[in-house]
Design a protein around this ligand. Structure first.
Ligand code: DHB
Length: 501
């Protein structure tokens, strides 16, 4: 696919952040002249609707049709008044004005807040000179499709776990990433009327770690728990609640993810064919039952979700419907061939059926050893995510901590609160956070072994029980990071943007 980007005009303010200014200087340059006694810090949070560069790009839709899109591109040097590192705490706004030669008015369009976070790593948009229209592995990105559909697209950067300053201090570990995304949302809402698009119709999207923080952003809207962190950054005052949430293969509920992983993939071999430590796997899998019971989840047709019923829930809600959809999409000849090659799968009256054990066999090797997240050697992304100060990585579960330090070891005193700040599930407990997003798009591949299928399954079950609008599905035989219905998500944004709540 060919894509071309033409710079039509460049305003001084839009060019400033890329020109090597400090963020604070660039923010001042981008801000209108200050009026009255307002502080310079507050001024830097004012979006200047005139500070854009007009760009033209060709975007290929999911049908392979090319669209010429003229859009206004604005770089916001920092979405907070007191950035720790503006290279990450900045965002880009893209507003379509002409699509295939036709003028469009995106003034009230939904806003797609598309994070590009992966691996809980730092994510920067500071060097970008246009929207990132390329998707992972070729094709058009989600934000490219959204722009061509006439939506406003905001691409935020955020701090990540590996950032370390000259004194050796880690400054992007938990909860930096979610605090940054919340600050970005606050910035947009603070600029209601100045930022194009409907700031009451922000739809967040992200994949994997980015899917996790997207889900967390949706679940934790306006939670007071983040307030001190937002204040320290000089975040805009106001709301950080969003309207809708898209989350692909979220790597979340981290403090329970090792247990969940062994419940799900405990009997699957590693890639070299060996099994993980049986005692470790069994202990973790057993503990998962207690955690699951504590969630008090239910699902229609299954009843209470327990370690015994979870397989049926996942099979009936996700795996079988996904195989059914896949098989229904095949030609008769291809379906016959697939069924012949996969005899574990029965096809009757247009429905696929199989057992959980056969499904696990079909998935094959698991990606991670045990424990999958809080690994004993502390080399996982997550042990780094929960590092602090000059400590790069820490154990964040009692299981792995006690494996290392003995049965009387206690989690570091700051960790319980930080774990809570990183997990959407506590925000959905009880009656659920009243300012959460009410519309949810949840997707993952059936062959994704980066985390347990229960993670997305529990999220979907909890949100459904709360009465939210949940559109959750798996992609059959797809791996980590898959997105097989991007056009459907774009249509879904339009549909949920019309809903009152
Ligand atoms: C991602 C994948 C992982 O397996 C993980 O543990 C954390 C993040 C990711 O792709 O973002």
């Amino acid at each position: 696919m060919k894509r071309r980007t033409v710079v039509r005009g460049l305003t001084a303010a839009a060019a400033a952040p890329a020109a090597g200014l400090t963020a604070a200087a660039a923010a001042r340059a981008a801000a209108p002249p200050s009026r009255g006694p307002a502080s310079p810090a507050a001024d830097s949070l004012v979006f200047d609707p005139k500070a854009y560069t007009e760009l033209t790009t060709t975007i290929e839709d999911t049908e392979g049709m090319a669209h010429e899109v003229v859009y206004r591109f604005t770089k916001v040097a920092s979405y907070v008044a007191k950035p720790v590192d503006p290279a990450y705490q900045s965002l880009n706004v893209s507003v379509p004005v002409r699509i295939d030669g036709k003028a469009v008015d995106a003034g009230r369009a939904p806003i797609l807040l598309a994070n590009q976070i992966g691996g809980y790593m730092p994510s920067s948009v500071a060097a970008a000179i246009g929207i990132n229209a390329s998707g992972v592995g070729g094709g058009t990105s989600r934000q490219g499709l959204a722009l061509a559909a006439g939506y406003v697209v905001v691409e935020p950067g955020a701090r990540g776990r590996t950032l370390v300053d000259s004194s050796g201090t880690y400054y992007g570990t938990a909860p930096a990433v979610i605090v940054d995304l919340k600050a970005a949302v606050r910035y947009l809402k603070f600029n209601k009327g100045r930022v194009p698009g409907d700031v009451d119709r922000i739809v967040s999207a992200g994949v994997s770690a980015g899917g996790a923080v997207s889900a967390l952003l949706g679940a934790s809207g306006d939670s007071p728990l983040y307030r001190p962190y937002l204040e320290a950054l000089g975040a805009a005052p106001g709301s950080d609640a969003i309207h809708a949430t898209g989350t692909w293969c979220p790597i979340t509920d981290l403090e329970h993810a090792d247990m969940a992983y062994e419940w799900c993939w405990g009997t699957n071999p590693l890639r070299d064919g060996s099994l993980v430590d049986r005692a470790v796997s069994r202990e973790l899998a057993t503990s998962y039952g207690d955690y699951l019971a504590s969630l008090h989840l239910k699902a229609t047709g299954v009843g209470p979700l327990t370690a015994r019923t979870m397989d049926t829930y996942l099979l009936k809600t996700f795996m079988e419907p996904s195989a059914t959809k896949h098989l229904a999409s095949l030609s008769d000849a291809d379906r016959t061939a697939y069924l012949a090659a996969h005899p574990f799968l029965t096809w009757s009256h247009g429905r696929a059926a199989f057992t959980w054990v056969d499904f696990l066999n079909h998935v094959g090797p698991r990606k991670k050893n045990a424990p999958a997240f809080d690994d004993f050697a502390m080399t996982s992304p997550e042990t780094n995510l929960f590092g602090t100060g000059t400590t790069k990585a820490r154990h964040f579960t009692l299981y792995s901590l006690r494996h290392a330090n003995g049965d009387s070891a206690r989690l570091a005193p700051d960790l319980p609160a930080k774990l809570r700040l990183m997990n959407p599930m506590p925000h959905l407990a009880g009656a659920g956070n009243g300012h959460r997003s009410r519309h949810w798009w949840i997707r993952l591949g059936t062959k994704d072994t980066d985390t347990s299928h229960t993670v997305a399954g529990n999220l979907a079950a909890r949100l459904t029980a709360l009465g939210d609008d949940v559109n959750a599905a798996c992609y059959w035989d797809a791996g980590h990071g898959a997105d097989e219905d991007p056009a459907d998500f774009i249509r879904w944004i339009a549909a949920v943007a019309d809903r009152r709540r």
